[in-house]
Design a protein around this ligand. Sequence first.
Ligand code: THU
Length: 156
Amino acid sequence: MKKQITTDYEVVTIDELTTDERQLVELAQQATYRSYAPYSHFCVGAAIRLSDGAMVTGANQENVAYPSGTCAERTACFYAHAEHPDARFEAIAIAARGTDGEPLAEPISPCGACRQALMQYEVLAGAPVEVLLVGREAIYRLPSVRSLLPFAFTSL
Ligand code: THU
């Protein structure tokens, strides 16, 4: 039996976003300037909107022992849940600047480890967490973290 998994997403411009979404996108873009990326010079920012109204940001943090560093998405989601343990995640925006320092034309999407980490908070929220992948020329709007991670591992 052949089966198929598909992912629906929208390609939108900043003008098509809601006020809340636009604010989250701007926070993610600003967070790229707080990235600590002395090795890759690839600066990523993430911003998470929580059900208590807080907006939490994170940026990638690199380390001389490379695997000890972490991505913007995990910086943001671990910080968000550590500081706001009772709040649900509602949405996340992710933006990046390339090695030339310029915002990327096309969005990047989170690495596998970050997808798994984010999935945890979507399951905890009990509702889809909207994902905004931010490029200079286009923004990809995905309905959920799950849509980025088919066959997610979600229970022991
Ligand atoms: N990085 C992120 O922070 N998020 C992503 O979605 C992809 C990659 C970081 C990790 C590393 O510091 C740099 O970007 C280059 O891979």
